[in-house]
Design a protein around this ligand. Structure first.
Ligand code: PEP
Length: 255
């Protein structure tokens, strides 16, 4: 296989924010900035589920990412669920899977996550698979073991070809929404561990984008972007402010 660099990505995870009018204004500010520019970085937005079809119908050069999908697929009597298949038909081609808020608050244990991965890949979606350790796990010296375990859980349900449709986001739980960022050296160290795991398990390893997430902001984006194995960012809080998000995009585009 030909060896090429992973694509750079900056993805805004809006979580359950903001209200619709503000979401439209934010989306417009971001798209105005990127339209017509040949940025060396793919920008994407993960808006709340309620807005997915609206934004994906705008036909703009910016992928729309679902924040989660159901454990069931296709269509059927599953009130309230959003399947991978339905998203694909609504022009949504990407989904997050395994965000720590889904793991911690909404019961996404390993079997559920593996079912979601299978549904997403089976329906032709690309996945952004989130991994990361808690503060207790880091302080006990288990951070790498935890992340490797999460990668093994992913690998268990993928074929070799499926890796082409995978992006990994390393998001230490203690850094999400807390204002605490991993030191660039610590983030790079974990990303190198993830890359090495991938190199041992798939021929696609050197093309898989590894994103860092956890309080990324304009003040730390340049330093994080400078790290060899950090190919982009998954941005929560700072993606809700157009100028902050645009600064982060620029930091990675100039990497
Ligand atoms: C996230 O939710 O994926 C995230 C990284 O959030 P924040 O940037 O706010 O820490």
């Amino acid at each position: 296989m030909e060896k090429t660099s992973p694509k750079k990505w900056v993805i805004g995870n809006w979580k359950l924010n903001p209200y619709f009018q503000d979401a439209q204004a934010l989306f417009q500010s971001i798209t105005q900035h990127i339209e017509g520019q040949s940025l060396d970085c793919q920008v994407a937005i993960a808006p709340p589920t309620a807005y997915l079809a609206f934004f994906s119908a705008q036909n703009l050069p910016l992928p729309i990412v679902a924040q989660d999908i159901s454990i069931v697929n296709g269509t059927g009597a599953y009130t309230g669920e959003i399947s991978a298949d339905l998203l694909k038909h609504a022009n949504v081609n990407y989904t997050l899977i395994g965000h720590s808020e889904r793991r911690e608050l909404f019961g996404d244990h390993v079997e559920r996550l593996q079912q979601k991965i299978k549904n997403a890949i089976g329906s032709g979606l690309h996945i952004i698979y989130c991994v990361g350790e808690s503060l207790e796990q880091r302080e006990a010296g288990h951070a790498k073991d935890i992340v490797i375990q999460q990668l093994q859980e992913l690998k268990a349900v993928l074929s070799e070809d499926d890796w082409q449709n995978v992006i990994i986001a390393y998001e230490p739980i203690w850094a999400i929404g807390t204002g605490k960022t991993a030191l660039p050296q610590d983030a790079q160290d974990m990303h190198a561990t993830i890359r090495s795991y991938l190199q041992d398990h798939t021929t696609w390893a050197n093309r898989i984008s590894l994103l860092y997430g956890g309080s990324v902001k304009p003040e730390n984006a340049v330093e994080l972007a400078a790290c060899t194995d950090i190919d982009g960012a998954l941005v929560g809080g700072a993606s809700l402010d157009a100028s902050s998000f645009i600064s982060i995009i620029q930091a990675f585009a100039q990497k």
